[in-house]
Design a protein around this ligand. Structure first.
Ligand code: B12
Length: 473
């Protein structure tokens, strides 16, 4: 019997990554943070990462019931909210005393709609969840039911209706959070090896080091952390990396922050400490185009940075302005050039099917992606996610299939006026082909794949991408 079981729902790889799924898993960041703080507060916690364990829904529910927890806590982005609702239903069908709690970006964006759509979810956690989870467990544990009203940041069922408590304040100093509980996950080295597109050396691991982003792109669902910027200190991050190095012998890191480079002073300090302490870890991160400069890039390279991913989104200035990307085409070109000049590889994330997108702007985007200094390319479909500006505007700009379960960025749920689903699917595949079937990207791939230790993984993941590109549709 444990107090709370934290669950990452089962999801197929194609459900998550579409046909280019390279078979990679990332430790569920929310659950390892929650597990750490709940254990520190004295609760017994177990994590079931049904995705990494490749469990079915039935196996997941059986495993929850076997632990007969007080609470089952499920994390869900929009594409998995239906599965979270189903898990709640099946668990409560077998033991009605278990409280079903759901948290994450989806219920944070649309709490009332979600509680209405999934009647077996008892409590929704809105926004940042660590403090809320501890207060909630205290309120529902022990003898005698205590009111949930004092627990900020939740929505719960009350007298046949719904009650929302006060907004949960953000944690001011992230270093007050105990180190994420990687130890609560299934064997890290066998369940969480990332795709070759994201790591440089094996074994590898993912971490997040900050919360919030200053930008206001209209398609971005930043409902949980918003535009409030907070970071772990360089000291806290070094402690985490050393722990991962010692315990799991990791040699490469994928830093998953939305915008790692925006926190300049912390980044500089972290890089210097990595260099001075000869950490010998290579790492990749993501940045906004406007945030890089030659001096910082040189320091990042020296500290082990091998790749920076940029949210470029489109090659059309009109589209960039429409989605409030806050950057200019020439700035993109120079940021990528300076990144490469520093010896760091560049990856560009593009979106096809923006509101007001046309065949001409898609062509502009493909030509732009081939013209700029890019080593790696990813293009996904525009998904008007709940809680975004795009979600409220989508129906005025095209056909919007507002099906939450299909919102996995690999399915065109939104078709701009003047385009068809076939246009989007065939042009996105053409974009991948035109980008990758060139000497540069092919040489890049072969160079990285030629390292004996990684050949098998490159071959396996590469083959999958190659087949996807060759298939006509
Ligand atoms: C890192 C990251 C990833 C990583 C790892 C995700 C992971 N599971 O750990 C990878 C690359 C795998 C990934 C994949 C995808 N991602 Co992503 N990802 C992010 C990113 C940049 C940071 C998320 C993060 O780790 N934050 C740190 C943790 C601690 O915060 P958290 O997850 O929000 O959890 C906190 C609260 O939400 C809450 N909470 C969350 N779950 C629970 C559960 C309980 C019981 C409780 C009490 C509380 C609680 O408490 C936590 C601690 O405060 C966010 C951007 C953002 N602004 O959040 C996008 C984001 C979450 N991703 C998004 C999407 C769409 C996806 C994909 C679906 C894309 C796709 N391929 O189709 C996939 C699959 C989704 C998935 N989660 O598996 C969207 C989700 C929007 C939505 N409404 O669904 C976001 C918000 C990006 C965006 N700006 O639009 N992602």
């Amino acid at each position: 019997m444990v107090d709370i079981v934290l669950v990452y729902p089962p999801v197929t790889l194609t459900g998550r990554y579409g046909e280019v799924a390279g078979g990679s898993e990332v430790p569920p960041q929310p659950l390892i943070y929650l597990s750490a703080i709940l254990k520190k507060a004295g609760f017994t916690v177990e994590i079931i990462d049904a995705n990494a364990l490749r469990w079915s829904l039935e196996e997941t529910v059986d495993s929850i019931i076997a632990r007969s927890p007080k609470v089952v806590g499920i994390t869900a982005p929009t594409m998995l909210i239906a599965t979270a609702g189903l898990i709640s239903e099946k668990v409560k069908g077998r033991n009605k005393d278990i409280l079903a709690v759901v948290g994450g970006p989806h219920i944070t964006a649309v709490p009332e709609e979600t509680m209405a759509a999934y009647p077996h979810i008892d409590i929704g956690v809105i926004g940042e969840g660590e403090i809320t989870a501890v207060e909630l467990m205290k309120a529902v544990s022990g003898s005698g039911k205590r009111s949930l009203d004092p627990v900020d940041g939740i929505i719960y069922r009350h007298n046949g209706g719904l009650k929302m408590t006060r907004k949960r304040e953000y944690i001011k100093d992230l270093d007050t959070l105990p180190m994420p509980d990687w130890g609560a996950l299934p064997d890290i080295l066998s369940h969480y090896q990332q795709s070759v597109a994201r790591i440089d050396r094996l074994p590898a691991m993912s971490i997040t080091t900050s919360r919030g982003c200053p930008y206001r792109c209209t398609f971005c669902a930043r409902n949980v952390f918003g535009n409030t910027l907070r970071t772990h200190s360089a000291g806290y991050i070094m402690k985490c990396i050393k722990h991962l190095k010692e315990k799991y012998k990791i040699r490469s890191l994928a830093i998953e922050d939305e915008n790692f480079v925006v926190f300049k002073s912390r980044l500089a300090e972290l890089c210097r400490r990595m260099i001075d302490e000869k950490l010998d870890i290579t790492w990749s991160c993501a940045s906004s185009i406007n945030e890089v400069n030659p001096e910082m890039l040189r320091l990042m390279k020296k500290a082990g940075c091998w790749q920076i991913s940029f949210g470029i989104e489109s090659g059309s200035q009109r589209i960039l302005d429409f989605i409030k990307k806050g950057t200019k085409i020439p700035t993109i070109e120079s940021a990528l050039k300076m990144t490469r000049r520093a010896g760091i590889m560049t990856k560009g994330y593009f979106i096809i099917g923006h509101l007001t997108e046309t065949k001409e702007t898609i062509r502009e985007t493909i030509d732009f992606a081939k013209r700029i200094s890019l080593d790696d390319f990813q293009m996904s479909f525009m998904v008007p996610l709940p809680g975004t500006e795009a979600y409220t505007m989508a129906c005025d700009y095209g056909a919007f299939n507002n099906n939450w379960s299909e919102m996995n960025i690999w399915t065109p749920v939104f078709i701009p006026k003047g385009l068809t689903q076939h246009d989007l699917e065939s042009l996105s595949k053409q974009a991948f082909r035109e980008f990758y079937f060139r000497p540069g990207p092919v040489a890049n791939f072969l160079k990285r794949a030629s390292r004996p230790a990684y050949f098998r993984k490159y071959f396996k993941d590469g083959l999958k991408i190659f087949k996807f590109l060759l298939k006509s549709r």
